[in-house]
Design a protein around this ligand. Sequence first.
Ligand code: NAI
Ligand code: MG
Length: 331
Amino acid sequence: MYNIAIIPGDGIGPEVMAAALELLDSLDIQFNFKKAHAGNRCFRKTGTTIPDETIKIALQADATLFGAVTTVPGQKSAIITLRKALDLYANIRPVKSYPGVRSLYSDLDLVIIRENTEGLYSGIEEYTEEGATALRVITRHSSRRICEFAFDYAKSNHRSKLTAVHKANVLKKTDGIFRDAFYSISQDYPDIEAEDRYVDAMAMFMVTKPQQFNVIVTTNLFGDILSDEGAGLVGGLGLTPSANIGEKKGLFEPVHGSGPDIAGKGISNPSAMILSAVMMLKYLKEYREAIKLEEALKEVLKEGRKITPDLGGKAKTMEMVGEIKGKLGKK
Ligand code: NAI
Ligand code: MG
């Protein structure tokens, strides 16, 4: 029995979450789901985007599933607050092609690992006379921690190459520290090929020849941008999941936001949320059920009969879920 914190959020968050929960409920695992609130709708009800109670529920859970929230300028970011409170320093974003899905590449299987706690997202900004300044904080500790995590991830997932992405030719001190940490840790992993690229060149290679990459590790902002680029290579935001991992906790969420343009229509693609649940199952070491769920989704994508409009189909979210459930029943 696992205790799972469920934070549906708002917009299409609750729709895709309902889809994932229905499928998790039909697996051979017992879950105790505990719902918690966050986001803009929560703000309007409670005056905060992320109540203490939500953080408490996430801290007590074995893992957390997060849908999506609408973020309003000036409000505290619920997801960044959670990442900090649970010390989720590693963000894992797979870029994987699925047969049947229209995409630029049909043969990609790479993973981007992004540092999640510092860099340009440290949130240290101030107004100056001329405008404003943001501080890009890079510490030795966090650089080593994320590089160690990435090498470890590569090793335990039988991936043979790790690419560090930075801009140390310009950001000599901050990214110099990150690059040095990467090569120092690489000494402990002789079986994994270690290389580094500048972020601008990387942005191009990911479009022209992404197959040459296997696992990528990078700082916060570069990772954010490259992973959305990655999503674009394999069929868009409706399909890309992510994991936020710390020493003790894990939070799993689709890369997409609250989809205000399609919210309430029941046509959101549940795949990214389902694949986030698959990542959670693997984190809980429930590999058999994880693969079962991913395979069922894969079959539905490949057949293309019951898929949502963003994938070129006509199905509603819950019709697609019904189809996946049917496949699960046969496994
Ligand atoms: P978005 O990801 O919500 O939407 C971008 C486009 O992709 C829209 O056309 C949307 O309809 C489509 N899309 C996204 N997910 C989809 C799905 N599952 N199925 C089908 N189509 C899908 O990004 P946008 O519009 O930039 O942001 C909307 C709100 O979400 C903003 O308030 C933003 O701050 C917030 N946001 C929240 C995130 C989170 O909760 N972690 C992450 C990114 C954005
Ligand atoms: Mg992003």
